[in-house]
Design a protein around this ligand. Structure first.
Ligand code: ACM
Length: 664
């Protein structure tokens, strides 16, 4: 604990010996001196001949060129030597050795790794070290020994609800690799879309996807792309619920008469496959047999979440079957279904994984349980001998602050009381990006940078848990990962420009910087129902999940040094002055007009902040009525409006709370 506190102070200090690294390596020893990174930079591999490693070296070299802006004309002596003892498994494999050691000195850098998996991680850490120094770009001297805490570090991406094309999948794989995430859980079918080409059952993608699906060649391309970056791909075909898009083409699989159409709205659907017909299993056997070879990873996700028993209960044939087989309710029917599916998957060489609803008596041993409804199911699953991964607490689509995810530990909560054998069955965790309120333009900003905090929780030693150090490093790494190609920051400006409608966008940006988009449960508009066709082009979509501007102001409001007070004053003045310009441009602009009251509130917060700073700096006591009235206003402004939070309330409230302290 103390060791990390000291180290973090060292790393995040104004004259940091080592730039902000994330996830924090297991051991970092800053050295003296620095390695120049100039146009002659080159890297050489020794020990193994491996296509993944060779292309990773080329890729990282090209990225270093982009991140520094320095054209690379590799010299003859390698700057970075990558020594890899063995190739390791050809496909990334659960539990493989991912460790590496990285040494940087003024003479050169060296990565040593037992396998390619570790070498890939070492390359990412190396490129994170590069910063502009007094004489050019450089990497500081350092000795790093690193290995992951958990072996399953995943990101789940839902491409069912909103279609996300291959470019977006690939750039997110690059960002995942950059922060050492190693499982891409690809949620490929939903009520709203079936996203993979099936040659055996072509009506799945033809009638279930609006023409928006991955061809099998594209699936192979993504799997190879992920493999090259040390990432396993676990596909999910969610059954027996969440299957409306399957039923569009194959209504005979359903438990109700149909016909069925692709879902267009959000929420839980009643449609489910009929678990009592042999034809259902013949279909699944052929379909899963077709999909299995596309995905080399042994784990295969069958969903299993949110099955509503309603159609099963209402269907007399299904009920007769249940009675005959002594299946007392919908849970028992689903367990029967899972047992049949598990047998099919096993035949095709796969290990079944499903959401925690599948944890019922008689769930086949060997199954992996993914806990999303709470940590209790994870503890229960591993206590019963299953392996488990945690997603409860890691739902990125709720747009919670990074700190909220950072505080959740797979071995915390209900898992804290497990014995070591049980705890060892907790393989790791996955962050989940569900697709109701994201599209090609916004998905990156709903994943990054918050998933970086998640990645650190999964990779780094448990004692790495200082929240402010995390935020400081995440801010830097958020910028760095854009060199991989993700556009969480880059897409912000054009979205603000769109809102501004061709006007200078500054007043919109000032407002956008002061608010935060709301997640799944906050996306409500009175008298309006979201569908998959609703444009995601409003402030709620442009605004980030977490405001960096406001976070910095909160720190300043808590510290209140003279520099902090000056910065707060500057920002409060900006807010106060923004409204007049905003109101003028909002008139007649459908995207801005709804934000007029919010802009007024921001201006009022600016005024209140200035007044509060004045009271604090003069030591004057504010009138009690003023304080009470302002607190009341803040409480009103803290209630979400137009699907955003007015984050700007937080630093102002800190100042008012300080003024309200007794004895002031
Ligand atoms: C889920 O969020 N329904 C797994």
């Amino acid at each position: 604990m103390l060791r990390y506190a000291l180290l973090i102070t060292l790393l995040s200090g104004a004259h940091a010996a080592v730039p902000p690294l994330m996830p924090m390596p297991a051991k970092v020893e800053p050295g003296t001196g620095r390695l120049a990174i100039d146009g002659g930079f080159s890297a050489a591999v020794s020990g193994v001949i491996d296509q993944r490693l060779d292309s990773a070296v080329r890729r990282v070299t090209a990225r270093i060129s982009r991140q520094t802006g320095v054209p690379m004309m590799p010299g003859t002596t390698p700057t970075l030597r990558v020594e890899c003892s063995a190739r390791g498994a050809q496909n990334p494999t659960l539990g493989e050795d991912e460790s590496y050691q990285l040494d940087v000195s003024s003479d050169g850098a060296r990565i040593q790794a037992p396998t390619v998996a570790g070498a890939l991680h070492g390359l990412e850490t190396f490129s994170q070290l590069i910063v502009p120094g007094a004489e050019g770009f450089e990497a500081p001297a350092v000795h790093i020994e690193d290995r992951p805490r958990f072996q399953w570090r995943g990101l789940m991406l839902d491409v069912g609800r909103h279609w996300l094309p291959i470019e977006i999948v690939e750039r997110n794989l690059d960002a995942m690799a950059a922060v050492k995430l190693n499982v891409f859980h690809w949620h490929l079918s939903e009520d709203q879309g079936f996203r993979v080409e099936s040659k055996l059952y072509p009506k799945l993608h033809q009638m279930g996807s609006d023409g928006l699906y991955f061809t099998q060649d594209e699936v192979r391309r993504v799997v190879a792309y992920a493999r090259d970056r040390g990432i396993r791909v676990v596909p999910e075909f969610d059954i027996p619920g969440h299957t409306t898009s399957w039923l569009a083409g194959y209504p005979e699989l359903g438990s109700a008469p149909g016909p069925f159409q692709i879902g267009r709205t959000w929420g839980v659907y009643e449609n489910a496959l009929d678990p009592t017909r042999e034809e259902t299993y013949q279909f699944l056997d052929r379909f899963l047999g077709e999909m299995a070879p596309l995905f080399p990873d042994p784990f295969f996700h069958i969903g299993g979440d949110e099955v509503v028993g309603k159609q099963w209960n209402a269907n007399t044939k299904i009920q007769a079957f249940a009675k005959q087989h002594n299946l007392k309710d919908a849970h028992a029917l689903q367990t029967y279904f899972n047992q049949r599916v598990q047998t099919i998957l096993k035949k095709h060489g796969k290990i079944m994984i499903g959401w925690d609803e599948i944890l019922q008596p008689d769930l086949p041993q060997g199954t992996v349980v993914q806990s999303w409804r709470g940590g209790e199911s994870l503890a229960k699953a591993v206590a019963q001998g299953y392996r488990g991964i945690l997603s409860s607490g890691y739902y990125l689509d709720h747009l919670q602050p990074a700190a909220a995810h950072y505080a959740v530990d797979p071995l915390g909560g209900a898992a804290a009381n497990l014995d070591s054998e049980q705890a060892a069955r907790i393989l790791g965790a996955e962050a989940c990006m569900w697709g109701e309120y994201v599209d090609w333009e916004t998905v990156d900003s709903r994943i990054w940078p918050r998933a970086v905090a998640f990645a650190e929780r999964l990779w780094s030693p448990r004692e790495v848990n200082d929240v402010e150090s995390m935020y400081t490093r995440m801010a830097a790494v958020s910028r760095w990962i854009e060199w991989t190609g993700v556009r969480h920051r880059a897409n912000y400006a054009p979205m603000i420009d769109r809102l501004a409608g061709g006007n200078p966008a500054e007043p919109v940006r000032v407002l956008a910087d002061a608010v935060e988009g709301l997640g799944l449960s906050g996306r409500k508009r009175p008298g309006f129902k979201y569908t998959s066709q609703t444009p995601l082009n409003r402030m709620a979509d442009a605004a980030r999940p977490e405001s960096e501007v406001v976070h910095a102001m909160q720190l300043a409001a808590a510290r209140r040094s003279p520099e902090d007070a000056a910065r707060l004053t500057e920002q409060f003045n900006r807010w106060a002055a923004n409204d007049a310009r905003f109101q003028a441009m909002a008139e007649g602009n459908v995207l801005l007009v709804e934000l007029k009251p919010l802009s007024k509130d921001l201006a009022a917060l600016g005024q209140t902040g200035l007044k509060a700073l004045e009271y604090l700096s003069t030591g004057q006591r504010p009138p009690a009525e003023w304080l009470a009235a302002e607190q009341k206003e803040i409480a009103r402004m803290q209630r979400p409006a137009v699907e955003v939070n007015l984050a700007a309330t937080r630093p102002v409230k800190l100042l008012l709370d300080e003024l309200a302290k007794p004895g002031r």
